[in-house]
Design a protein around this ligand. Structure first.
Ligand code: SF4
Length: 127
């Protein structure tokens, strides 16, 4: 069966989603400026900007992402995430449907997570 998203939108609230260079280029290609959709965090990485407590691209009335086909790589694999401290792929239990993630979902996400890490310069991390 695999992961069942109920579109609760929780993952788009107070997002800290990291942006890779290709995410930034793809979203800028839609006509958005970097300062509109991203903030640079103290760790030096760009992350999605929040407005009124949610991602700048989240439409709370429609409860949907307005750039869904172009959304960041990290949003595509969420709630599967990479834990840099523990050096492993894990499932974010903030997602109420995290329990529906299967091993197959994790295997499918692995190549995207590897790409995110490569793009962010973590070449030595093997996922
Ligand atoms: S880009 Fe879209 S999917 Fe990602 S946090 Fe923003 S609204 Fe949610």
């Amino acid at each position: 069966m695999g992961f069942r998203c109920i579109r609760c939108g929780r993952c788009c609230q107070e997002t800290e989603m990291i942006l890779t260079p290709s995410d930034i280029a793809r979203i800028e290609g839609l006509g958005y400026s970097l300062t509109y959709f991203a903030v640079k965090s103290p760790d030096g990485f760009y992350r999605l900007r929040n407005v009124d407590g949610h991602c700048v691209f989240y439409d709370p009335e429609e409860r949907r992402c307005i750039i869904y086909p172009w959304r960041p790589l990290g949003c595509r694999v969420y709630p599967i995430v990479y834990d840099l401290d523990r050096r492993c792929i894990t499932v974010d239990l903030e997602c109420p449907m995290a329990y529906t993630v299967t091993e197959e979902d994790i295997e499918r996400a692995r190549s995207i997570i590897a790409r995110i890490l490569r793009e962010l310069g973590f070449y030595h991390v093997v996922v």
